[in-house]
Design a binder for this molecule. Structure first.
Ligand code: ADP
Length: 411
């Protein structure tokens, strides 16, 4: 079975192709046959394509005025040139898309039909950057591969759709909940994948575990997962709530916004820009949203960079504490994404807040660039895992399951 995965961001489109056996899914993520990404940020009005396949990496840049044509060009590299892995594009069996917002309607991956497309478009008001890009990818595939190719939407909100109401409803007038102002949670594909992988690594059934997954990348969120179900998470109505992030503030007192509106003549766009683009590591340090740059500045004695790091850890520990309380216990703490997978310092500092739970890190294991490993000390009461997140693989698995069911129902 050949599965194409599309993962669209605000200014990029990543894609990969998996070839899987029709009979069983491998336990661990296999290497994709082909990987590609288009970046529309390198220079204004230009697209840059990077393709990896057949042990070859190719890069190309062109003047761009039509993103769908750029996507078509990216897919051409599947059946053309040195990165060719298919005779023709019609060999692709199914296409999976990461879709950021599925609202309250979608609690699982879904075959795309006109109704699903309409819902993704309608939910664009809640994810104005991502949902339109996701829809663009879906429509580009319809144009390139024809409308009969099965396409699947895998929603970042779906994993949190079973959160109990006490975690999902904001304490504001209830009518707003009825109008859809509620906590949705994000990064669900990653949280779900990491929870499943952690259960595999621990050799225990997922439905017997209390887990906290820490997805720490440019965007950061935690999920409290009990018996395989997300019962609490730090992101809410939008991906702005919760932890401090690269350039997002995370949670702040909402009265600050009222104050800025009333006393400083801020408007909605300026507030949006401040909280989503100029806060977090970038806003405090004044240097960068990237943790690596912050750590370099700290090494050179930069106090604002140190403050940014201290706030990040303080808020991370506080949020882990909140998730422990929601779970009423903890079997494993799981770190993933750019910071979670690579920064031994963040893991060490985060864990240092939980020695009272008898959570003990093995500092040598923590420093050893662990991938899919338990880094807790043998006598720790809580396991600590580093899991390499594999969102594209998780999307491919959903596609495999859906297409297998469709084929079974036809035979
Ligand atoms: P995104 O959310 O955009 O997918 P990533 O998961 O790639 O982001 O995470 C990006 C973050 O990971 C950046 O803050 C970056 O500094 C951090 N990061 C990546 N590698 C390292 C490293 N070796 N040490 C510390 N931080 C790292």
């Amino acid at each position: 079975m050949k599965i194409l995965v599309l993962n669209a961001g605000s200014s990029s489109q990543k894609s990969c192709l998996y070839e899987l056996s029709n009979n069983t899914l491998p336990e661990q993520p296999p290497k994709p046959l082909w990987e590609a990404s288009i970046d529309w940020t390198v220079a204004s009005g230009f697209a840059r394509l990077k393709v990896k396949a057949n042990e070859v990496t190719q890069k190309e840049k062109w003047e761009s005025n039509n993103r769908r044509m750029d996507i078509a060009k990216m897919l051409d590299s599947l059946s053309d040139g040195k990165t060719r892995v298919l005779e023709e594009l019609s060999e692709i069996d199914i296409v999976g898309h990461r879709v950021v917002h599925g609202g309250a309607e979608y609690s699982e991956a879904t075959l795309i039909n006109p109704e699903v497309k309409e819902a993704i478009a309608r939910l664009s008001v809640l994810a104005p950057v991502h949902n339109p890009a996701n829809l663009e990818g879906i429509e580009a595939i319809e144009t390139i591969l024809g409308s009969s190719i099965p396409q699947v939407a895998v929603f970042d909100t779906a994993f949190h759709s079973q959160m109990p109401q006490k975690a999902a409803v904001y304490p504001i007038p209830y009518e707003w909940f009825e109008k859809g102002i509620r906590r949705y949670g994000f990064h669900g594909i990653s949280h779900k994948y990491c929870a499943g992988r952690a259960a595999q690594l621990l050799g225990k059934p997922l439905d017997s575990l209390k887990l906290i997954t820490c997805h720490l990348g440019n965007g950061c969120s935690l999920a409290a997962i009990k018996d395989g179900i997300s019962i609490d998470t730090t992101m809410g109505f939008t991906p702005l709530e919760g932890l401090m992030m690269g350039n997002r503030s995370g949670s702040i007192d909402p009265a600050i916004l009222i104050h800025l509106l009333k006393e400083y003549d801020f408007n909605a766009e300026q507030l949006d820009e401040m909280l989503n683009k100029n806060s977090g590591f970038k806003g405090i340090s004044g240097i960068s949203a990237d943790l690596r740059t912050i750590l370099e500045a700290i090494a050179q004695g930069n106090e604002r960079a140190q403050l940014a790091f201290n706030i990040y850890i303080h808020r991370l520990r506080a949020a882990i504490g909140a998730m422990v309380a929601s779970l009423g216990g903890l079997d494993a703490l799981i770190f993933t994404a750019g910071i979670g997978e690579n920064s031994s310092l963040v893991r060490e500092e985060a864990c240092a807040g939980f020695e009272f739970l008898n959570l003990k890190l093995d500092l040598n294991k923590n420093a050893s660039s662990p991938v899919d490993k338990d880094i807790a000390a043998p006598d720790s009461a809580v396991r600590v895992l580093v899991v390499s997140t594999a969102e594209d693989w998780a999307i491919a698995q959903e596609c495999w399951q859906i297409l297998t069911k469709v084929r079974e129902s036809k035979s």
